[in-house]
Design a protein around this ligand. Structure first.
Ligand code: SAH
Ligand code: DHB
Ligand code: MG
Length: 231
């Protein structure tokens, strides 16, 4: 994307966050320590974190599932939005990232409300089902994009009518229109094919009703999908 556009989007994101999302010591420290530990700077932005909080609160969520923890930044937003006694289960494949997340989540005072599972989500999800976890009230899919179709299928297994499912990064600078191209930011091949299949499933599976919204901001041009599980 052109540089002037990106600068403007970042400036507006800063404005929005300054106006509406006050600095928060634990969230700011989570961002700082994630960066210091060398984690990629791909967490949700503060105003997106607030959106996750609002969606979870609108939903009255007591059980939340997150795929892709990174340093726990979005996890903290979700944990703070839980109804009393609620719980977030979050899954991260990279043990080093999970270690950073664990410390960030503990400093935010959310350790008791968060269960962090280290492992590949496609391996952890069947374990969760076998343990009788769920149904979850809200599911945030934000791990490796190529596996979004599988994540959606498992999410439906772990849902109830009315469960809200959010999928991050479903536009990728418009590259979703050319799924054979590698992802513009990560260079990963065949990842957008997975996201396109994710759209197809959202469209064709009678168990969900969905939309997607493209966004611009500090993280460029991207978007998120929002779905509800049908009765
Ligand atoms: N939700 C985070 C950002 C997640 S970035 C936030 O907004 O703060 C995507 C994360 O998914 C990375 O940490 C990456 O290590 C993790 N990931 C990649 N493949 C995975 C897999 N197969 N299972 C679980 N996590 C995975
Ligand atoms: C990127 C952004 C994300 O939100 C994510 O989950 C993974 C990668 C990126 O911009 O590269
Ligand atoms: Mg993301």
């Amino acid at each position: 994307m052109d540089q002037a556009g990106q600068q403007l989007w970042s400036a507006v994101d800063r404005y929005i966050s300054e106006q509406l999302v006050p600095a928060d010591p634990a969230l700011d420290a989570a961002q700082r320590d994630s960066e210091a530990a060398g984690l990629p700077p791909i967490a949700v932005t503060p105003n997106q974190g607030r959106l996750l909080e609002l969606l979870a609160r609108m939903q009255g969520a007591r059980a939340i599932l997150e795929l892709g923890t990174l340093g726990g930044y979005s996890t903290i937003w979700l944990a703070r939005a839980l109804a009393p006694g609620g719980r977030v289960v979050t899954v991260e494949a990279e043990p080093g990232f999970a270690e950073v997340a664990r410390a960030n989540i503990a400093r935010a005072g959310c350790a008791d409300a968060v269960e962090l599972r280290v492992g590949k989500a496609l391996e952890v999800l069947p374990e969760l089902q076998a343990e009788g976890a769920g149904p979850f009230d809200l599911i945030f899919i934000d791990a490796d994009k190529g596996n979004y179709p599988g994540y959606l299928e498992w999410s439906l297994q772990l849902s109830r009518p009315g469960t809200v499912i959010i999928g991050d990064n479903v536009v990728r600078d418009g590259a979703i229109l050319e799924p054979d191209k590698p992802d513009p930011r990560t260079g990963d091949a065949d990842l957008l094919g997975g996201v396109q299949r994710f759209y197809e499933l959202l469209s064709s599976d009678p168990r969900v009703r969905a939309t997607a919204i493209q966004t611009v901001g500090d993280k460029g041009h991207d978007g998120f999908a929002l779905a509800i599980v049908e009765p």
